[in-house]
Design a protein around this ligand. Structure first.
Ligand code: SAH
Ligand code: SF4
Ligand code: F3S
Length: 582
């Protein structure tokens, strides 16, 4: 059998991008080949997001198109992975019989071998013209795997054990196992990588599906995380982003773990109450988030940039801020969503902090990390939900006041989307009219745009270290290789590297993940035939565009850190000239 061609498209957050990369690596090891376009693929996989209705709609429309295609192409195998698969379960397959494989995020470790089995069974049945019935052919190899919700039960440990294998599989396979001529979304990132430190979430914010789709919070053992970072560094990675839904809540209690199948069990760990300044249990048998950051910094010195997302405002101890301050390769960039500036709404959201506690945190973080005199500044970004049930004009005004006070570099603004299964869906009527949500969304965007613009202007004349992510989107367009939209993020495929930007940043209006951001302008004006425009990020996560003479080797720039002096700005985007290269 020739190598099956698979197209994998990723929607949603960085966690999904990482999952896609891990699944792609395993499928590749089984002989699958990745293609850039769905046409001609024999297996089509969507790794889905369920966080807002908008994100789901994208997938439904893709599946509708595939149902038509499958009438002429019965051999096609269609898989829905990720959070929508978990949330909707078999109802999804009933609604969309085109789906052959359904796999929640908590079962992805089993997917590659089961999918392989499904694919091969289907191929042989389709070629069996004699005995196979139409029903056999239709259902051949259909599989449905879910379980994040059930893993809140006693089976948690065993299920997590095998899930841990998925992350470990990446750590043990070289990054460049994916065909360089056919990289796909999420499949190859040679110089920048995500590393998961915590799965799931226990916060149960009332609007949010994530605790249901991703299951209970489980912290990975620090040894596994550090080993993974080392292997990535050995493979050439220089930027690592640690991932967790509440990443700064990381805490691993040693000795509480059991070993199954030779793997140390990830375990839930003793939860701490929040609001603390330091972890009171820190000590020899506990690895706190601060410990983990400093260990990675010290034990993997070739990592030039260490970041982490997403932080939960309540869980930031001074110990973490000190470690960031004292370790130069940890980026002073914090994504700390506030969600609302109204205490009443924060309570309805079950966020567990008040506005004044949030602002106290921001002030404390600035006191530790904003040191312009030393050339080190703190860059903050946030998320806001507008139109949460019962939100009044006063509540919204309080949110705007918070945005003004926080002075985020950029802020993702979402219109509230009622999600079945959440507490807010059950308890609160979605009573803010869409027109009001839209107006509030636009108002918040305008305020944030002005702030982003003001902050960017401060960068003019300064020189930044910039991690080059790839050609700019305009340059891509010029070359008629449009940047691929992979749902909540953007994937650029350059010279065999797939470069990601954060969810939502590429759009000024609702995008796939249903968010808007005030921050990004499409770069304009500078790309010409004589120069090539690249884009990258500062360690504070500001986007920088710069031109180099055409003909310069992309390999010498992409994935490297260069110095760029900023000459002009457009809201969050900084434009400059290359002033140095390492
Ligand atoms: N764990 C992260 C967020 C993950 S979801 C945190 O707590 O900060 C990413 C963002 O989506 C959230 O910060 C929130 O702003 C938004 N979001 C989640 N559920 C939503 C919903 N039902 N409607 C609108 N926005 C939502
Ligand atoms: Fe969702 Fe809240 Fe958990 Fe973030 S902290 S993933 S918003 S439940
Ligand atoms: Fe991420 Fe969307 Fe799931 S934001 S965790 S992919 S619901």
């Amino acid at each position: 059998m020739s190598r099956p061609r698979v197209y994998l498209e990723t929607f949603g957050c960085q966690m999904n991008e990482l999952d896609s990369e891990l699944v792609a690596g395993q499928l590749h090891a089984l002989g699958y080949r990745f293609v850039d376009e769905p046409d001609g693929a024999q297996v089509i996989l969507y790794n889905t997001c369920s966080v807002r209705e908008h994100a789901e709609q994208k997938v439904w429309s893709r599946l509708g198109e595939l149902a038509i295609r499958k009438q002429d192409d019965p051999a096609l195998v269609v898989g829905v992975l990720g959070c929508l698969a978990e949330r909707d379960g078999v109802a999804l397959v009933k609604r969309m019989p085109v789906v052959d494989v359904l796999c929640g995020p908590g079962e992805l470790d089993k997917l590659p071998s089961l999918l392989d089995n499904a694919y091969r069974t289907r191929q042989s049945l389709l070629s069996d013209r004699v005995t196979a019935t139409d029903a056999d052919r239709r259902s051949a190899g259909q599989i449905a795997l879910q379980g994040s919700s059930s893993r809140r039960s006693a089976t948690l440990a065993a299920a997590q054990d095998s899930l841990e294998m998925l992350d470990l599989s990446r750590a043990t396979s070289p990054l460049d196992t994916i065909d360089d001529d056919h990289p796909t979304a999420g499949a190859v990132r040679k110089r920048s990588a995500y590393v998961r430190i915590t799965r799931g979430c226990n916060k149960f914010c009332t609007y949010c599906v994530v605790p249901f789709t991703r299951g209970a919070e489980v912290h990975r053992p620090p040894e596994h995380i550090i080993d993974e970072c080392k292997k990535l560094a050995d493979a050439g990675v220089i930027e690592i982003t640690l991932l967790g839904q509440t990443v700064n809540h990381y805490r691993f209690e040693h000795g509480a773990a059991v070993t199954i199948g030779g793997v140390i069990q990830p375990q839930k760990g003793r939860s701490y109450a929040g609001g603390h300044r330091r972890d009171p249990f820190a000590g020899s048998n506990v690895t706190t988030f601060a410990d983990l950051l400093s260990r990675i910094h010290e034990e993997v010195p070739s990592i030039e940039r260490l970041r982490f997302v997403t932080s939960y405002p309540r869980d930031f101890g001074d110990d973490v801020l000190e470690v960031i301050r004292d370790h130069p390769r940890i980026c002073r960039y914090l994504h700390v969503p506030a969600q609302s500036g109204s205490d009443r709404i924060l309570t309805l959201m079950n966020r567990g902090y008040t506005v004044s506690e949030y602002l106290e945190f921001i002030d404390r973080a600035r006191a530790f990390l904003h040191e312009p005199e030393k050339g080190r500044t703190l860059s903050l970004s946030g998320d806001i939900i507008v139109g949460f049930p019962t939100e009044t004009d006063e509540d919204f005004a309080a949110t705007i006041a918070l945005v003004e006070r926080a002075r985020y570099k950029n802020c993702f603004i979402f219109k509230y989307s009622a999600r079945p299964g959440t507490t807010a869906y059950d308890k609160y009527e979605d009573d803010v009219p869409d027109a009001v949500k839209r107006t509030r969304n636009n108002t918040a965007l305008d305020v944030q745009s002005r702030i982003s613009d003001e902050l960017s202007r401060e960068a003019i004349g300064q020189t930044f270290d910039v991690f080059v992510e790839g050609l700019s989107r305009m340059e891509e367009k010029k070359r008629e290789r449009p940047a691929k939209n992979c749902g909540g993020g953007v994937s650029l495929t350059i010279g065999g590297n797939v470069i990601h930007s954060h969810a939502g940043e590429a759009s000024g209006d609702d995008d796939d993940c249903g968010c808007s951001t005030a921050a990004i302008e499409t770069p304009s004006g500078t790309a010409s035939g004589e120069t090539t425009q690249f884009s990258g990020r500062t360690d504070g996560d500001q986007i920088v565009f710069f031109d180099v003479p055409s003909g310069a080797s992309t390999d010498e720039l992409v994935g490297r850190i260069v110095q760029v002096t900023i000459e002009r700005v457009q809201r969050l985007s900084l434009f400059g000239r290359l002033s140095g290269q390492r």
